[in-house]
Design a protein around this ligand. Structure first.
Ligand SMILES: NC(=O)c1ccc[n+]([C@@H]2O[C@H](COP(=O)([O-])OP(=O)(O)OC[C@H]3O[C@@H](n4cnc5c(N)ncnc54)[C@H](OP(=O)(O)O)[C@@H]3O)[C@@H](O)[C@H]2O)c1
Length: 334
């Protein structure tokens, strides 16, 4: 084993997309030894999430900003290689906030989950992880779909959105419509995931297309994107609709994010718009993971992963989320 390891530090705060100037791949730190109750984890996979871009800003959020010179924060899966913690012997695979680095010390009080034997470690970052659970709680708890509903999802071919549409179908929605950024993504939604219709927002007029694909209006709009797409959906709400504000990826790189213009539709349609954070549901993760496990193993829920090789490419991997060039959950393999 070499005595030093690589870690990606925040060198400066990005304006817009992350560039190489914002990141510093440091290889000078010595691999640490675990103290009492600690374990040394070799990181294998990183979960690349849009929220990481937000943590790079010097702005208040649900977690503090990543400090300049600090390791980029992210979830990850790794193998315990040395342990002074009886709960995680050497050889265990663990999920936790491991960060963009090759090794990390897991302190005695760090929140972590042991990956059960037989479960593909990358699935713990995708369909059984944050994106799958975001889809589960956001749709079922906030969206509250009912049998016969029309459910529309933006960012529909992404890691979160693709699972939302499939859970909507399993919950008895009579119409599920996805909005995505390419014909290939739209075809995947309708041909393989069981969406009734898909709208390519780069080619079609979303406002008009929602009118055509949702003749009875939208009962649940699950929004991952914000901006003009949110406004188009608001214009088509059905009475008592629920608008789930999961994310607003079209606004994350802007210093002046724009809110919806069509919000008066909430009054006309006696509708509800509510944001949520999946971390609020930590104590219910096991319930959701069990259900997702059942759905995935039975083939009722399909998912894709987009694996990028190399810690040095983690910044490029993050940018894929914003260009739409990702084909499924973005994961970096170290
Ligand atoms: N509330 C929570 O607790 C929580 C937790 C996890 C994730 N989220 C949110 O969920 C959303 C999806 O995250 P994810 O990790 O599953 O990523 P993802 O959907 O796999 O990837 C992001 C997708 O967003 C689309 N996109 C990017 N820029 C866009 C733009 N300007 N306009 C329209 N679409 C755009 C791209 O798809 P196209 O090719 O279709 O453009 C891209 O593939 C994000 O908004 C994220 O912040 C929220």
């Amino acid at each position: 084993m070499t005595s030093t390891y690589r870690r990606m530090l925040l060198a400066s705060r990005p304006e817009g997309l992350v560039t190489s100037a914002n990141l510093n791949l440091d290889d000078s730190a010595a691999i640490p030894s675990p103290g009492a109750g600690e374990a040394l984890v070799k990181v294998h996979y990183l979960s690349i999430d849009p929220t990481i871009r937000g943590w790079m800003n010097d702005a208040p959020g649900y977690l503090p900003p990543i400090g300049l010179g600090e390791v980029i924060r992210s979830g990850g899966v790794g193998e315990v290689v040395e342990s002074n913690n009886v709960d995680v012997p050497a050889g265990s695979m663990v999920f936790g906030m491991l960060g963009w680095q090759e090794y990390v010390i897991m302190t005695a009080d760090a929140p972590f989950t042991v990956v059960p034997d037989g479960v593909d470690p990358t699935w713990v970052l995708s369909v059984f992880g944050i994106t799958g659970l975001t889809a589960y709680f956001g749709l079922l708890d906030i969206g509250q779909p009912k049998v016969g509903d029309t459910v529309v999802v933006s960012g529909a071919a992404g890691a979160t959105g693709s699972v939302v549409g499939q859970i909507a179908r399993l919950s008895g929605a009579s119409r599920v419509v996805g909005i995505a950024g390419s014909d290939e993504k739209c075809a995947w939604l309708t041909d393989e995931l069981g969406f009734d219709a898909a709208i390519n927002y780069r080619k079609q007029n979303v406002l008009a297309a929602l009118g055509e694909t949702c003749p009875d209006g939208i009962d649940v709009f699950f929004d991952n994107v914000g901006g003009e797409i949110l406004d188009a959906a608001l214009a088509h709400l059905a009475m008592k609709a629920r608008v789930v504000i999961c994310g607003a990826i079209s606004q994350y790189n802007s210093d002046t994010p724009e809110g919806p213009k069509n919000y008066l539709a909430l009054i006309m349609k006696r509708a509800r718009m509510e944001g949520f954070l999946v971390l609020d549901y930590l104590d219910r993760f096991p319930e959701a993971q069990l259900k997702m496990f059942e759905w995935v193993l039975s083939g009722s829920i399909k998912h894709k992963e987009h694996v990028v090789e190399g810690l040095e490419h983690a910044g490029d991997a993050l940018n894929l989320l914003f260009s739409g060039e990702n084909d499924g959950k973005v994961i970096v393999k170290i």
